[in-house]
Design a protein. Structure first.
Length: 636
């Protein structure tokens, strides 16, 4: 019996039970049958959760790029591995075959070696979403260098702090990047960052925009001539299963970003397995994940997961609104995309626009549509299901984190019946538990609590770079012996999970614990509301009360704000209960978001409390100007 692919709900339960009863057999068999290894493991898993120590496939030897590329060459060397869709739709899309990917990655790997990069060295990759980004990531993995991809929208100080945190030796960047009708001076940002980064000795520069840039002698080199002179084949470094593969910083929604370290074998097995099952991947599918490779979603489901399965994966350089709001739908049509994976923030933004943008396209190629990053509110879920999925495509609402490496709780397409706003059931191998405030496990269904995972899975991050103590404190101390996710969840009558938001965002109003997601969900269903965010603030009688920030769809229509506020509260009372009514409602034109598109509720909380002194680490904040606007309009 093979465990790699699940084909029915019955089989899901069978595999799930096996994975819990005999996790070593379950993962051992998957690892053995679906990957190539230089050497097998002595032990499938070795762990001590209390000490935050986890190892998978102990002493095995492997290289992830052999599994992403080399092993596909014999049978599907000519198959397209990567479709590159440029920012400007009139520029031709590129199709990169597995053979070409092998050559490009080999050349880049050889260049890195010639430039003195060795196994274990850290390389910062600060590139736009162009093929060189994928190639650079894979080339690092090929030679055992640890990649640290920094999203190419970050400022010089954010780049510098990430480089310094992990002491990168090299930066790979480009002369610039295109995003919609803007060009971004990436090289200029790197130059500024490197004024404060003594560890970096060399910078390789890809050409994209042909912008005029400064090249610092002795440090900076153009990539193209180096690649031209490099051999187009390469030997992969033999890596230990637990050698670090990459460092990636979290979104910084709740505080200072954490440099999560993922290792080789476990991450490989877990991303390949989850990709295959959640998206029901089949051989000729065209998979498109719209995340940036600078986030974990891009690492796991633009690059590693799809390539490990020999899939065709789309890399899109631009933004959803360029040249207009139909770009996603047009691109799905153009490349006949079968699985489409995006974030609620993008769905909400596109749902605000005229329906004709999406209705112009039949989107018949689509089979599965997915969501990740934040709770997807019910209205957005239906819009996505109705207008993008045409009610035929399962919506897979995938809950996971930078720390988890891959998807943890999600419907398996065509297997798990979906339910709006529910991430539904855990993947095999994942043992979620809900904990109460007294640190006891809450049994049974129709309960809410803090979401923890009580057994390690192969994709779990092993540490925070340079700070194992913070790793232990953050994830393994609140509920000793368990991995604490920081999220709250509800388990419904059939055992489906719904993420109710961050535990830190739970507000206790008159003794009732209220998660923010369900309340926002109710508000967003009001026809006038485009998006909202709820936080708590201290209240003399109730302990805490709720403060809502609301973005309206069309400003002119609901002029009578007092009346609208009453309607919104009535809506909440009807959907959740009078306890969740908002004491204050502020109408805003935008919400503070991370660069990965998530609402930064911690800033909103400070504003609601009237404390503007210290917003904490805001290096990942996308739109600082909105903070000022919100502060000015604060309801006292
Ligand atoms: P930081 O840890 O620095 O505060 P972050 O948690 O936003 O940032 P990520 O690892 O990118 O960084 O995001 C993971 C979080 O995103 C989860 O803990 C959860 O709160 C939220 N999330 C992701 N997917 C979903 C989903 N499908 N439903 C609900 N929430 C989700
Ligand atoms: Mg987090």
């Amino acid at each position: 019996m093979s465990y790699f692919k699940i084909d029915s709900l019955e089989q899901y339960f069978k595999h799930y039970n096996k994975s819990i009863r005999e996790p070593r057999k379950f993962w051992g068999k998957i690892a053995e049958e679906n990957f190539t290894w230089y050497q097998y493991w002595d032990k499938v898993v070795d762990f001590n959760m209390a000490d935050a120590e986890v190892k998978w496939f102990v002493d095995a030897k492997v290289n992830i790029t052999k599994n992403c590329i080399d092993r596909h060459l014999a049978k599907k060397g000519d198959k397209t591995a990567i479709i590159f869709e440029p920012n400007d739709p009139s520029e031709q899309a590129l199709h990169i075959s597995y053979n070409e990917l092998y050559e490009r990655v080999s050349k880049m790997a050889n260049v890195l070696r010639e430039q003195g990069i060795n196994k274990g060295d850290r390389v910062c990759i600060y590139l736009p979403m162009i093929p060189e980004l994928a190639v650079a990531v894979l080339a690092c993995a090929r030679i055992g260098a640890i990649h640290s991809v920094v999203f190419a929208g970050f400022s010089a100080s954010a780049v510098a702090s990430r480089i310094n945190d992990s002491q990168c030796k090299m930066v790979i960047t480009s002369d610039g990047g295109y995003r919609g009708n803007k060009t971004i001076d990436l090289k200029g940002i790197v130059d500024e960052a490197l004024q404060n980064c003594p560890s970096v000795t060399s910078v390789l520069v890809a050409k994209r925009t042909n912008a005029e840039i400064q090249m610092k002698a002795g440090r900076d080199q153009w990539l193209a001539p180096l690649l031209d002179n490099a051999l187009n084949n390469s030997v992969a470094e033999i890596m230990d299963a637990e050698d670090p593969l990459f460092i990636l910083y979290t979104s910084g929604s709740t505080g200072k970003p954490k440099g999560m370290v993922h290792t080789t074998a476990g991450y490989m097995v877990y991303t390949a397995y989850t990709f295959k099952n959640v998206f029901n991947y089949e051989e000729n599918d065209i998979f498109w994940c719209t995340a940036d490779i600078g986030w974990i979603t891009g690492h796991s489901y633009i690059l590693y997961g799809p390539l490990l399965n020999g899939a065709t994966t789309v890399i899109y350089e631009g933004i959803p609104s360029y040249p207009d709001f139909s770009r996603f739908w047009e691109t799905i049509e153009k490349h006949k995309v079968t699985q489409f994976y995006t974030a609620p923030t993008a769905i909400r933004a596109l749902a605000k626009e005229n329906l004709s943008y999406v209705q112009r396209f039949p989107l018949k190629s689509l089979k599965v549509i997915g969501s990740v990053g934040e709770p997807i509110n019910e209205e957005a879920w239906h819009w996505y299901n109705d207008h993008v999925g045409g009610k035929r495509c399962p919506v897979v609402d995938t809950w996971w984190q930078t720390e988890t490496g891959g998807i943890m709780i999600a419907p398996l397409a065509f297997t798990t019946p979906t339910k709006p706003t529910y991430a539904t059931l855990p993947l095999p191998g994942i043992q979620p538990v809900l904990m109460d405030d007294k640190r006891n496990e809450i049994e049974g269904n129709q309960v809410v609590g803090s979401l923890c995972i009580k057994f390690p899975w192969p994709g779990i991050a092993r540490t925070i770079w340079g700070d194992h103590q913070r790793y232990k404190d953050t994830y393994f101390s609140t509920f000793p012996g368990k991995y604490f996710t920081g999220d709250g969840a509800l388990r419904d009558e059939v055992g489906y999970y719904r993420i109710t938001g961050r535990v830190d965002d739970v507000v206790i109003v008159s003794g009732h614990n209220l998660g923010t997601a369900p309340i926002e969900d109710a508000i967003n269903e009001h026809p006038a509301v485009a998006e909202s965010a709820i936080v708590g603030f201290p209240h003399d009688i109730k302990g805490n009360a709720l403060y809502g920030y609301v973005i309206l769809k069309e400003s002119g229509e609901y002029r009578d704000r007092d009346n609208l506020s009453k309607e919104i509260n009535q809506h909440i009372a009807d959907h959740i209960g009078p306890i969740a009514k908002l004491d204050k409602i502020q109408y805003v034109t935008g919400l503070p978001k991370t660069r990965s598109g998530k609402i930064m509720r911690r800033i909103l909380r400070k504003i609601a409390e009237g404390d503007y002194s210290n917003f904490g680490d805001i290096t990942t904040l996308l739109n600082p100007e909105i903070v000022e606007e919100i502060v000015k309009g604060r309801i006292v």
